[in-house]
Design a protein around this ligand. Structure first.
Ligand code: SAH
Length: 348
């Protein structure tokens, strides 16, 4: 991983960097200059207003490494870019750059692999290797901005990994990414997606961070949810929805639910009625249901639903706000976790 003798500079807040710079006998204002360069992905001689002796000193004390672009797939249809990034220890993660009318969005990873075991997901097939550091989460955004030359205004934590299973690093990342002296991406422009770690949701509701919480629900009954998402054995649907309700009551932020439609598992129209019923029973606010056509992963043998519109219309008729997620980058189809898996296969 990162060279242990050196400090990972991108994981520092401005205040922490200021302290380190003053301890090095340098003027405090230098920290802000350096911080702004880091945000642009610049280091060493690229930091033009930082004197050469300080550039050298920084290099002796700190480690600055951005995720390297190992593979880059660009959609000819809509400009979506899928990145395979290589980290300092050779492990790979994925990020996806998407263009929307309201700005550019980057979907980032929070762990190398995942241990949540969701049956339809490619990211979890090989388990979890390690957590990402705050700087590796931030670095995905800096590298993507550098590569595209465009500003990223929205971030979704929906790539490889479970952010609430890497709780402390995720919280530190949220502070760093929203820092006005750093990337300055507002927390309201950030969505954090979880498979439903209730203890993490409860902790997050006390952090005072106005991110949008997306909860991967994917089923309207416990037997089906436990079958496709092992986390449901620990935190069944009722417990999860109660935690979502408390989250809303504490933060005033409405919850967004992700619901991947899988043929014959969770997509029958009657199921939409059950879904509407449990949402209304447990939540004292409106919510949004984001229906996702299953991205087929060959190892799972699960198929995408043929009943998407009926399911959506039933929810709408029952007063539940539901939309079907637009599929960006359909010509570079490599659903999350698949690029990393392919790269591992190729390196064998
Ligand atoms: N661990 C977090 C975030 C990563 S996954 C979570 O579980 O929410 C982001 C979203 O993509 C989740 O809703 C996840 O369930 C969904 N997903 C994973 N694999 C998928 C697939 N093959 N097709 C459609 N959605 C998938």
């Amino acid at each position: 991983m990162i060279n242990e003798a050196k400090i990972d500079i991108l994981s520092l807040s401005l205040q922490e960097l200021e302290k380190a710079i003053v301890d090095m006998g340098e003027a405090k204002f230098r920290a802000k200059q350096i911080y702004q360069w880091l945000t642009k992905g610049a280091w060493g001689a690229e930091m033009k207003n930082v004197p050469a002796h300080l550039q050298k000193k920084l290099d002796d004390v700190f480690e600055f490494r951005l995720p390297l672009v190992k593979k880059r797939l660009v959609s000819k249809i809509d400009g979506t870019i899928k990145y395979l990034f290589e980290l300092i220890d050779g492990e790979c993660i994925e990020s996806v750059f998407m263009k929307y009318e309201h700005g550019n969005t980057l979907c980032i990873s929070s762990q190398v692999g995942c241990r949540m075991g969701c049956k339809f997901c490619a990211s979890t097939l090989l388990g979890r290797v390690r957590d990402l550091t705050p700087s590796e989460m931030l670095g995905q955004i800096i590298s993507a901005q550098k590569d595209t030359g465009e500003r990223i205004s929205n971030v979704v934590m929906m790539g490889i990994g479970e952010p609430l299973d890497n709780y402390d690093n995720t919280i530190k990342f949220l502070h760093l990414v929203s820092s006005p002296d750093g990337l300055n991406i507002g927390l309201r422009h950030i969505s954090l997606s979880t498979c439903g770690l209730v203890s993490g949701i409860e902790k997050l509701s006390n952090e005072g961070l106005p991110v949008t919480l997306s909860v991967s629900l994917h089923a309207y009954a416990n037997d089906v949810r436990s079958e496709i998402m092992p986390i449901n054995n620990k935190y069944p649907i009722e417990m999860l929805l109660d935690a979502c309700n408390k989250y809303f009551e504490k933060t005033g932020r409405r919850i967004s639910f992700e619901y991947t439609l899988i043929n014959g598992k969770n997509d029958d129209t009657q199921g939409a009625v059950s879904l509407a019923k449990i949402l209304k029973k447990h939540l004292h606010s409106t919510c949004h249901v984001n229906l996702i056509p299953l991205n087929e992963v060959k190892e799972t043998r699960l198929e995408t639903s043929k009943n998407i519109n009926n399911f959506k219309n039933k929810l709408l008729s029952l007063g539940i706000n539901a939309t079907v997620r637009r599929r960006l980058g359909s010509d570079i189809n490599a659903s999350c976790g698949q690029l990393r898996r392919q790269a591992k296969e190729e390196n064998k």
